[in-house]
Design a protein around this ligand. Structure first.
Ligand code: HEM
Length: 428
């Protein structure tokens, strides 16, 4: 999905968008079009917008910040149990009531509470050293060559945390990264096998088989990884079935792999497009935490989520009926001009940044602490190492209406002359 801004677009461009012809479902829009222009027009002229697909399926879209928070935040009005992704429109969700992201409270609370300890800031801080090593390994090409691909280098990074949290051996990480990429963007030619349906089916089969095996070998064994924790944690007055454990493993892995690398690549691209901001960070590494938050807002890697209305509800100046699908465009909410000052300006020092890149309400990202830590460490190391950066070719956007990402980001970099080789540099 295209993630650059529309800083040079005028009110006239926004007014020219023909909202009757807008196709937010078509993932090609996010490769060769500019959804930010479309979203700006929708926020201004159609904050509740309805689209009917050629096969008769239909969905509403909300693009304003307040409406996005209302839909994501209120499970009594908008359920997650009929599919939480646009790709599930009209199909429902077989994992409803089993998988965290596809379950409403109170069952959702029962599932989520016992997991919180494993994902808390304290538990995650134990991973700091491991993440730093993985980041240094990802940045290694910058020390060895001038031209390298940021998106490719960081694709494996979340496994350093998710893999360790879940107790998954390192030799399996690259397969898992490939299968989650196939599951996230089955239409993208980079991952396509025969057809998008076949790609998705293969990815799901491999991932579910993998986690079923991992669950089988752990039966009766001790340990504190996420998989064992899911297997034995009390949920209500029982424990999870094996199927429930497997779908939640899938959810955690997808949550980590589908988002963190794209946030890094999107932020690096923004720093190249806004060289002054790169120099601001270069001169003052203390701004990394605000740079990270701005990168999260700017890229909004998890770009859309789906909910279904459970009642007749007034929303965005219109009305939705029970059973209607409502897509929430997080990438749009995070550029809402009524909430963010100068929203198309990438500001590494942005003070008031209430972005909803990690969602809002009961399903607020479980991995937010670990994602923030990974991003902070990446940009600390990046700024400490890189002196100059420029594009070495066009970026390639992910073909997806769900994840705003980059599959390739070729860059040319020069490193600081004072960038010493860290003592724990991999391969030393
Ligand atoms: C920059 C990185 C990330 C972004 C932008 C992101 C974004 C999101 C968003 C927007 C949601 C809400 C989904 C909804 O409302 O339906 C979510 C949920 C979730 N995320 Fe993340 N995520 C990131 C990283 C991670 C990581 C690293 C993990 C795991 C290690 C993770 C695991 C999850 C899980 C399990 C949920 C479901 C929570 C629930 O339903 O209660 N995410 N994420």
């Amino acid at each position: 999905m295209r993630i650059t801004g529309m800083s040079d677009l005028s009110i006239a461009d926004v007014a020219r968008v023909d909202l009757d012809r807008v196709d937010l479902f078509d993932s090609e829009l996010y490769v060769s079009g500019d959804p930010h222009l479309v979203w700006a027009a929708m926020r201004a002229r159609a904050p509740l917008h309805r689209q009917v697909l050629p096969d008769g399926r239909a969905f509403w879209s909300v693009t304003r910040y307040q409406d996005a928070c209302r839909v994501l935040g209120n499970h009594r009005e908008f359920t997650s149990e009929q599919g939480s992704l646009l790709s599930q429109l009209g199909h429902g969700d077989a994992a409803a009531g089993k998988m965290l992201v596809a379950t409403d409270p109170p069952r959702h609370t029962e599932l989520r509470m016992p997991l919180r300890r494993l994902f808390s800031g304290h538990a995650i801080s134990m991973s700091e050293k491991r993440i730093r090593q993985a980041v240094r390994s990802a940045l290694r090409p910058a020390r060895e060559t001038e031209v390298w691909d940021v998106a490719q280098q960081v694709a494996m990074l979340p496994m350093a945390v998710a893999g360790a949290l879940m107790g998954i051996p390192e030799q399996d990480w690259s397969d898992l990264v490939r299968w989650t990429a196939m599951a996230t963007a089955p239409e993208d030619s980079e991952y396509l096998v025969a057809s998008s349906g076949a790609t998705l089916a293969i990815a799901h089969h491999e991932l579910f088989e993998y986690f079923s095996r991992e669950v089988r070998v752990r039966v009766g064994t001790e340990g504190d990884d996420v998989i064992r924790h899911l297997m034995r944690m009390p949920v209500g007055d029982s424990t999870l079935t094996r199927d429930e454990v497997v779908v939640n493993c899938y959810s955690v892995l997808l949550g980590a792999n589908a988002t963190t690398p794209h946030t890094i690549a999107g932020t690096v691209l923004a720093l190249m497009e806004n060289g002054d901001q790169f120099r601001v960070a270069y001169k003052d590494p203390a701004i990394v935490p605000t740079l990270v938050e701005e990168g999260l807002r700017w890229t909004s890697a998890a770009s859309s989520f789906l909910r279904h209305a459970v009642d007749t509800i007034e929303l965005g100046g219109g009305q939705v009926e029970p059973g209607d699908a409502v897509a929430v465009w997080v990438g749009s909410a995070n550029r809402d001009e009524s909430v963010f000052a100068d929203p198309y300006c990438f500001d590494a020092n942005r003070a008031d940044n209430r972005h909803i890149a990690f969602g809002f309400g009961p399903h607020y990202c479980l991995g937010a602490s670990v994602a923030r830590l990974t991003l902070r460490i990446f940009f600390e190391e990046f700024i400490q190492l890189i002196k100059e950066i420029e594009p070495a070719g066009p970026p390639r956007h992910l073909k997806s209406n769900f994840v705003a990402g980059l599959t390739h980001l070729p860059v040319r970099t020069l490193i600081r002359t004072d960038a010493t080789k860290p003592r724990d540099w991999p391969g030393r």
